[in-house]
Design a protein around this ligand. Sequence first.
Ligand code: MF3
Ligand code: CO
Length: 278
Amino acid sequence: MFRRKDRIEVKTPEQILLMREAGLVVGRTLELLRESVRPGISTRELDALAEESIRSHGAVPSFLGYHGYPASICTSVNDEVVHGIPGDRVLQDGDQISIDCGAILSGWHGDAAITVGVGDVDAASLELSRVTEEALWRGLAAAVAGGSVRDIGVAVESSVRSQPAGESYGIVEEYVGHGIGTSMHMEPNVPNYDHGGKSPQLVVGMALAVEPMVCAGSRHTRTLADDWTVVTTDGGRACHWEHTVAVTAEGPWVLTAIDGGAARFAELGVASPAATRH
Ligand code: MF3
Ligand code: CO
């Protein structure tokens, strides 16, 4: 691994394999949480399940204690965009929850988020989540050597805007994706929109967390008095999807997806090492 003058970390293939192990801990933990979401479960119970799962794999929850954050996952319900703190809240039929999870294994970080419906969810909210997840995969597909960080934001934004109700959604700008490796948040910032201008070129060995946050209405957010929970200012729902991806010589490898991205990239016609390597 070396750190460039712009402070972006470039990993060796062996180090990317270690990041894959950390990514799988996050992927498996989110799979468990997805299956556990149901009306009547509290966000605190989900947090306990997450911490137990992460530690059972020999890893450490990276969020716990990060800038004083008090839990192992973020649980953001309905109009909460990101950084919701697990607690007494009991999930109700019709809710929609974004769960963000991070783990450290052998010093390497993985970071991913999913949005899950609770029981019977209205069609507009399901569509918002579908649009956000598709935008994530379009962004991940742009994580190729020779491209640039800007290409990822362009791919995310154009994916959202090309959807049936695409022009009416808000794409959050205050929070962005990030480089990841020996720390959770590293250079470069990875915006979910076209920020214009020059941006770093992607090279083999970079690892990025791509994480679009898409709102049913306005993109504007505010932070609650707990100093963490970010909500939409208009009270509309927001969805958050995230994966950690490595730029490899064979294409993007989604380290936090159980199949490495094989299925989604096959649909999109994107070459990936996940097609032959898990
Ligand atoms: N996982 C979030 C991100 O994607 C960060 C969580 S903030 C924490 O960048 F404080 F909870 F760790
Ligand atoms: Co992240």
